[in-house]
Structure formats: C-alpha cells, structure tokens
Design a protein around this ligand. Sequence first.
Ligand SMILES: Cc1ncc(COP(=O)(O)O)c(C=O)c1O
Length: 389
Amino acid sequence: MSEHDDLSSDLARLRALSGVKWTRYPADVLPCWVADMDLRTAPPVTDALRDLIERGDFGYNFHAAAALPECFADWTEARHHWRPDPPRVRVFTDVLQAVHLALWLGTEPGDGVVLFTPVYPPFFRMVTGISRRIVDCPLDPVGWRLERDALDEAIERAAASGITTRAVLLCSPHNPTGRVFGPHEIAAVAEVAAHRDLLVISDEIWADVVFPGKQHVPFPASSGLRPDRIVTVAAASKAFNLAGLRCAVAHIGDERLRAKIAELPDHLLGAVSTPGAVATRVAWTEGGPWLAETVAFLENQRDHLIERVNAELPEVRVQTPQATYLAWLDFRAHDLGDDPAAWLLEHAKVALGTGPDFGVHGKGFARLNFATTRAVLDEAIDRIVAAVG
Ligand SMILES: Cc1ncc(COP(=O)(O)O)c(C=O)c1O
C-alpha cells in the first residue's frame, strides 16, 4: 500500500468521526488541535461497551461508578506508587467539573489562584469566572521547570497588589509543554503550599501518557504538605481516548471539602453515565497491555515529529515532550504573529492549538497533537514545512 493510500484510508475513517476534532474545520484542513487521539481505544474497553449494547443494559446503574474508587486506587498504586484512599475518592463527569468544584468550594471570591503558565486554556476562565484572581507564575522558558523562587515571587507580587493567594492549580504532567515534573519540583511547590497554607489542586489527567525514562509523581506522594490540603484529579480519558464518555475521579484529601460537596443539592452535579464508568473501570483493570503499546507508538510519533521539525523547520524551537501527545512549538523566529495557529490554518490548512489561549507566554507558539496516524502526521508536517519554509 502506498503512503498516499494510507493517508486516504486514514482520512476516510477519521472524517467519519462525529467529535469536534474532525468536524470543526472544512475537509481541506487537517485537524491537529484538541487533545483527542485518532486511535481506537483499547479492545477490552470496546468489548465491554459492545456487551452493554448487546444486553441493552442502559438502566439506572449506580454500581458501575461505585466500583471506580477502588479501581483507581489499584491502578494508581501499581503505576505511580501512591495509593489513593478509596473513601476519599469521588466520581465526577469530567476533570474540569472536579477542578472547578474544588476551586469554588475551597477558595473565596477575590482569592488568588496560582497558574503555572503557559497552561491548558480553560484554567483561566475557571478562576476568573468565579471571581477569583489569577496569580501568574511562568514556568522557566528554557526547561519549563517549576521553580520555587518564581512561585514565591509570583505570590509576593500578587500580595503587593492586594491579592491573597489561597490555592495552586497545577497541571501535572503539563499541558502544553509535555513536562513531567520531577520529585524536587513537586516537593518545592508542596513546601511553599505548606508554608503559606495553600490548597493544591493537581490535575493529573495526563499521568498515564508518560514516556520511558520519566516517572509521574502524584502530588500527594511528595513530602511536605498535609494530604488534606491536596485535591488530585484523574481520568482514563486522555490515555484511553474516551473523553466523549465523560468520567473522572478526584481524590479529595480535605474532609471539610468533602463535607461541603456532600451538602450540595442532591442532583446539582449529575452523575456519570454507565458507559463512562464501565469504560473507565475496564481501562484501569484490563487496559495496561494496550496502553504500553500505545505509549510506545506515541513515543515513536513524538521522535519522528521532533526529528522532522529539527531537520526541516530548524528555526522552530520545540522541547521533546516527556509526556502527553502534544508538542509546544515556538514559531517566534518565523514572525507569523502572536497566533501562528491562525496563520497556519490559513496558509498550511493545518489546525493547531492557539498559543495565546495558553496565556500571555503563549504568544508566538502553537500546540500540535501528534496522536494520529503516521500518514496524517507526515501530511501535517509537509504542509507546515511548505507554508513556513
Ligand atoms: C490538563 C487537562 N485537564 C482537563 C482536560 C479536560 O478533561 P475533561 O474533559 O475530563 O474535563 C484536558 C483535556 O485535554 C486537559 O488537557
């Protein structure tokens, strides 16, 4: 089969998908933006969902979600060497719901919330939309490291303008840079949080897409901060490509926060669907072998992308992601304006993530999702090279 045939058949399959990734743009655009994979999920997950369909098993089902805290604890302990305490784990429809709730109930209007920028775009509105204030702490732009001094300075700067910082919202591993924060970096944030009595909300949705040589450190595994000051949020959705099924979990260390959630009106938060809960359980109990193959595939895609960027787009700077399937590309040397994704959409017909959406430090950057087939990735790179080169 020629490369062209591969691309045509890949595109025929992908363009039939109904999600936002493949429907937002016209057919002449290659979408490499939102963080969905173009790969099918793990066969045990598909089998379990097919079984539900064949049995017509769509009645009320509270057992499916009730099984998740224990599965999450087993999975996380085996992979990341920290055992969540199942009674402290609550199931949510998605990661952002849990993050937003923790921010809303764990802080007061006017409080400062630290964001390590650039960062996943919805975080900004999640803070400002509930009248909290962003305390911007830039990651070091050379290695995208979390730095204790930068964090202290950001909090002091905010204090000088009348903002009291009460929480840190961390994305670990980090979207968009693909950094896996090491134990010392995590411990430094934990120390500052302990010293200043900050609530830490750690969004660890990317914990299972980490490449060989790096180890994800769950925030509660770091020393220096009482477990009751940490909310850790996770899901199978990024690693197993299940985002549309809507299911996530949060380990809520703080008893008072759990009590506040329990006091909310009964149906305010809704409940996770049976397919979402079943898919997540099966991913976390039977998905290990598939995930290992998938991470190896993604590592290959990553290396291919980085090799081609270095060879064919030498002025585009990029650090090799240690996790995620996202590459954070610095186009500033090419003078494509603040928003290279807009320029590339017009001139290369490739849709990337918009750099400035990730904060002011995202100007001149764009984010490329490489979780696609080799043929689609190569076509996207070819188009960017032809437009920019
Ligand atoms: C860091 C991060 N958090 C949260 C989400 C969204 O998760 P959910 O759809 O479960 O809210 C994403 C999606 O890409 C993400 O990258």
